[in-house]
Structures are given as C-alpha cells and as structure tokens.
Design a protein around this ligand. Structure first.
Ligand code: C5P
Length: 283
C-alpha cells in the first residue's frame, strides 16, 4: 500500500470569452486562468484492496460519480497499470457550484498523485490529455500557474500570472448550471467579449491595476439577469477592490486587492452579508 496527500488548488478566470458552438456540442473558449491557494486536500492510496472515493463535502457525490474517481479510472486505463484498488479521500475546502474548478482540481490532483505513486509512467502532457476526457478544466488544473486556455479549455499556453495581490471571494447561496449558461449564451444575438489579449498584455507588464481593469466574463450578464451577481461585485469595489468579476459559470465573485491586509480589512467590512467569504492569493 502506498499513500500520498496533496493540495488541489482552485482556479479563477480573469477573462472568460466564448467564441462559438462546435459540432461536438462544446464551445470554443478563450480564457485567462489563474491558480489560487484555496485548496482541497486529496489523499490517494494505491493497492488499497478496493476502489473507493469519499468526500466530506455536502452535496458532493462520492464513489464512481466523483470526477476524482473518474480520473483514477482513466489513469489506470491510459497508464496500463493494475493496482489492487485505489482509495481517494477528499477534504473539501473549495466551495462547489462556484466556478472555481473544485471538482476539476480534485481530478487533476488524483492524476498527479497516481503518476507519482506508480513511478511516473506518464508525462504532464499525457496527464493533461487524460484530464481533458474527465472535464474541460482538468488540463489547466494539472498544469497550474497561469495560462491562456483555448479550444474547449484544454489548449493551454502558459503565461505570466497575476502580480502579487490578494483575493476576496464571495459565494452566494444561488448557483448556476454550466450547460444552461452556455445554452443561454447561444440564444443571445450579441455578446460583449472581454479583452483577453489586453489582459495578457497587462499581466506581461506586471500591471495589477491594468489587469484589474481588463477583467471580463461573458457569463456574468447572463447569470446577472436572474441573480444579483453585479451587486456582489459592487460590494467588493465599495470595500476597496481594484476590480471584481464572477469566475467561470459562477456563482462566486472575486475582488482583487493590492495585498492581504487590504483583503482582510475588506472581509471585516463584508461581515453579515448573505454569502460565504474566502480570502486567497496566487497559488
Ligand atoms: O467539460 P465539462 O464536463 O466541464 O463541461 C460541462 C458542460 O459545459 C458540457 O457538457 C457543455 O455543456 C458545457 N461546456 C461547453 N464548452 C466548453 C466547456 C463546457 O459547452 N468549452
């Protein structure tokens, strides 16, 4: 029996653009993604005697339905290894239904853990390829850092990430269905596209204020039609955020602050709201 514990870090989308619907039903996207240090803790044991996946998070499936388990099954097939069972345990810290890629982060951590425990049979590129079969955000979570994500999210170009800063994240009680948001976008005649190239330029210059000014997510107006997403961003701006945006398909919104003490002072002022509050830094 061999065991490893590692961190599975969340991601935020600094920009998220949807270009077109593809023949396979997915959409081509362009997104700048950044890893943050809000992490789940993943324990993986090979030769555990049986296959199992347990998760302490409410409303998150254990067993075969969990993305982490699907990643483990896909790894075993691709790496052509035959362990006597794999046990996965997930300590959830990343809120789910949030747009933070929590399930994808767990799946990616399992791929990295199994590759280590099995003697590195696969390259990082191969792990990313397996990850793409599990979920569109998994390849980025395998890679980590900051990247431009294209294709359906699996075509990744590493870029310079966010300068040192801190994030305050607000998780409201409502959440969105990712496929429903894509479908709503398909019905729209005009989309206000974010300036992803401008974001990459600001990041390459290390310009925090400039990057905060380039935040944009095509899903935000769609979800805002039914839920007060913009109002949450405004709350963050009122307590000193340089910029604020919904991540992924929501419903978490994040604000960018120059440092942790500014973020913590904002958290004090946000107390008592109808949302969970998290702080994070680049991961
Ligand atoms: O790949 P993943 O399982 O995370 O995607 C969930 C759903 O989101 C897909 O079934 C699809 O409806 C939608 N999606 C999409 N285009 C993408 C990523 C996801 O249409 N690039």
């Amino acid at each position: 029996m061999k065991e490893i514990t590692l961190r599975a870090c969340a991601k935020i989308n600094l920009t998220l653009d949807v270009l077109q619907k593809r023949a396979d039903g997915y959409h081509d996207i362009r997104s700048v993604m950044q890893t943050i240090d809000l992490c789940d803790e993943i324990g993986v044991t090979v030769d555990a005697g049986q296959w199992s996946c347990s998760c302490d998070g409410a409303n998150i499936p254990g067993g075969e339905e969990n993305l982490a388990m699907r990643a483990a099954r896909a790894f075993v097939r691709a790496a052509d290894v035959a362990p006597n069972g794999i046990a996965i345990s997930i300590k959830k810290r990343i809120p789910s239904q949030a747009g933070l890629g929590g399930g994808s982060a767990d799946a990616a951590a399992v791929l990295r853990a199994l590759n280590t425990l099995c003697g590195e049979p696969l390259t990082t590129e191969q792990l990313m390829e397996i990850g793409a079969s599990v979920g569109s955000d998994v390849p980025f979570c395998v890679l980590g850092g900051a990247a431009l994500a294209e294709g359906r999210g699996e075509v990744l170009t590493p870029i310079r990430g966010m300068p040192d800063c801190a994030y305050v994240l607000l998780k409201p009680a409502f959440s969105a269905s990712t496929p429903a948001l894509y479908a709503a976008l398909d019905r729209q005649s005009a989309i206000d596209h974010p300036d992803t190239d401008g974001m990459i330029e600001m990041l390459s210059r290390g310009d925090l204020q400039g990057a905060a000014g380039k935040l944009g997510n095509v899903f935000q107006p769609v979800l805002n039609a039914d839920h007060p997403v913009d109002a949450l961003c405004e709350k963050l701006l009122r307590v000193g955020a340089l910029g604020a945006l919904m991540t992924g398909s929501g419903s978490v919104v994040f604000g960018i602050f120059p440092n942790l003490s500014a973020a913590e002072s904002a958290v004090q002022q946000l107390r008592g709201g109808d949302f969970e509050v998290y702080t994070a830094q680049n991961g």
